[in-house]
Write a protein that binds this ligand. Structure first.
Ligand code: SF4
Ligand code: SF4
Ligand code: FES
Length: 216
């Protein structure tokens, strides 16, 4: 890809023409909230609606915009912040919040976004409705907690495309969508072997190494 100049928050920035804008901004050290975008997944899912920026005066998700020479990008504005805050609150309205006893505490992407954008983790204007699905702790080393899943899709992607097992997928629909096994059987019966890639890529505490769970 050839390098072109774009303008980001009033500063010139060299970027790869045709590349996904989100990754070019991240490469430049800018923090743009995002959960569902993944390096290598192209086209991106554009599902979490967190990565808002203004491009040439239009608010768009940075993971679905390609770099074009001369584009003018604004990473923070009233509209950008409002849309990001709304998407974040919606996500947190289906999330069981218990950071103190969570395996992801202090490395969690939700905590990072909340801190960077000064957003509350606990929704203020929406009721919390957590997906109704049991915790899968059938494997001794790894646990799936659907009540923490933010539907980023990272675990589904690595299971299908990297490990090539296709054991994990999104199950149920609507408010109760979450990650589970493709046939509903516990993870211990799925032939994962020692693989823990899903736990390694989960940005929150929805799939985790059981040994990382703090004592209650
Ligand atoms: S996933 Fe993150 S925000 Fe949710 S309880 Fe765990 S640490 Fe807290
Ligand atoms: S279990 Fe984790 S990695 Fe998988 S979709 Fe949910 S939040 Fe994302
Ligand atoms: S990272 Fe852009 S919509 Fe999720």
């Amino acid at each position: 890809m050839s390098q072109v100049d774009i303008t980001v928050d009033g500063q010139a920035l060299p970027a790869a023409e045709g590349a996904i804008l989100l990754w070019e901004l991240e490469k430049a050290g800018l923090f743009i909230p995002h959960l569902c975008a993944q390096q290598g997944l192209d086209p991106p899912r554009g599902a979490c609606r967190l990565c808002w920026v203004e491009v040439d005066g239009r608010v768009q998700t940075a993971c679905t915009v390609r770099v074009v020479a001369g584009m003018q990008v604004v990473t923070r504005s009233e509209a950008v912040d409002r849309l990001t805050a709304s998407a974040f609150e919606l996500l947190m309205s289906r999330h069981r919040l218990d950071c103190r006893y969570c395996a992801a505490n202090r490395r969690c992407a939700l905590q990072q976004i909340a801190k960077a954008r000064r957003l509350p983790l606990k929704p203020k204007g929406l009721p919390v409705i957590v997906p109704e699905a049991p915790v899968d702790d059938s494997r001794p080393d790894l646990t799936i907690d659907p009540g923490k899943c933010v539907l980023c899709g990272h675990c589904v992607y690595v299971c299908q495309h990297e490990v090539k097992k296709s054991i994990l997928e999104f199950v149920q629909r609507g408010l109760h969508t979450h990650v589970g096994t493709f046939d509903g059987r516990p993870l211990a019966n799925q032939g994962c072997g020692d693989c823990v890639r899903c736990a390694e890529v989960c940005p929150v505490g929805a799939i985790y190494l059981t040994r990382d769970l703090p004592a209650a």
